[in-house]
Design a binder for this molecule. Structure first.
Ligand SMILES: [Zn+2]
Length: 309
């Protein structure tokens, strides 16, 4: 199954992606992970990406698509993938579609994890974490028992500076402007499905898998039927072709075989028969019965020869 996950920062799509990876045994491809892996491996794409990042530039779509294509070629991606964080805009989506079409692996589903802006704001600005034990809280949804104190270890909780309303508002604004139109792009292709990203994680996941099962599985079944029918057809055609080839070969061999043994047989028989007869005749003059039989044979051509003369 080939899926693109869409969702704003704070929508929880990363959590859903991980659960989908576990359930369907297909890799999650996030551009961040791909970038890190390519740079670490020192591939050509990794070097290009690193050069761009070192120069403070954005890694081009071309590089990102190259990395995705390289990742798709790995064996664990043969049953599909979950793309997370790419595409982020329409041109990237178009480039991705073009690449996947070339590979014969078009997207099957764009799954949007939908959460209202109000809730996104609370999720992102309400985050508090414990610097000592790593526990995470949210002052709106999962507040600690004592304000700003960790339930587990009693340490003070910290609020990341970029989790303030202004920064979060900006991030969500960028998402709305750039990524939200992707929903329409995939809707126009008939590939968009939406899952509400609010509530218990397992319930959201259940809804997501229901959508996937109903959208992709039937399509996958149809595709596998078409593919196996095509495979049968191809096998039949191949068998017929092989049969025809074998028949043609046999016919050719037969054609070739007839004149050759004929041409060879006559001289061989003649060459063997004549010397044998010639040699045998003088030697076997003494034993009468055999000599008679052979002499008869020997005389026949002689009479024929006379007739010809
Ligand atoms: Zn703690």
């Amino acid at each position: 199954m080939r899926i693109v996950l869409l969702g704003a920062p704070g929508s929880g799509k990363g959590t859903q992606a991980k659960l989908l990876v576990e359930k369907y045994k297909i890799p999650q491809m996030s551009t961040g992970d791909l970038l890190r892996a390519e740079v670490a491996a020192g591939t050509d794409l990794g070097k290009k990406a690193k050069a761009a990042m070192d120069a403070g530039q954005l890694v081009t779509d071309e590089i990102v698509l190259g990395m995705i294509q390289a990742r798709l070629a790995k064996p664990d991606a043969k049953n599909g993938f979950i793309l997370d964080g790419f595409p982020r805009n329409i041109p990237q989506a178009q480039a991705l579609d073009a690449m996947l079409a070339r590979l014969g692996q078009p997207l099957q589903l764009a799954l949007l994890v939908d959460v209202t802006t109000d809730i996104l704001m609370k999720r992102l600005t309400g985050r508090r974490s414990c610097g000592s034990c790593g526990a995470i809280y949210n002052i709106y949804f999962s507040a600690p028992k004592t304000s700003n104190k960790c339930d587990k270890c009693g340490s003070s909780l910290t609020h990341r500076s970029d989790d303030n309303e202004q920064t979060v508002g900006k991030r969500l604004g960028v998402y709305q402007q750039q990524t939200a139109p992707l929903a329409n792009y995939y809707k126009a292709q008939g590939k968009l499905r939406t899952v509400r990203g609010v509530g218990v994680v397992s319930a959201i996941f259940k809804n997501a898998t229901d959508i996937i099962e109903s959208q992709i599985r039937p399509l996958a079944d149809v595709m596998s039927k078409i593919e196996s029918a095509a495979a049968r057809q191809a096998a039949k055609a191949k068998a017929e072709e092989a049969k025809a080839k074998a028949a043609a070969k046999a016919a050719k061999a037969a054609k070739a075989a007839k004149p050759i043994p004929a041409a060879k047989a006559k001289p061989v028989v003649a060459a063997k028969a004549k010397p044998v007869v010639k040699k045998a005749a003088p030697k076997k003059v003494a034993p009468p019965p055999k000599a008679k039989a052979k002499s008869r044979k020997a005389t026949k051509p002689a009479t024929k020869a006379k007739k010809v003369k």
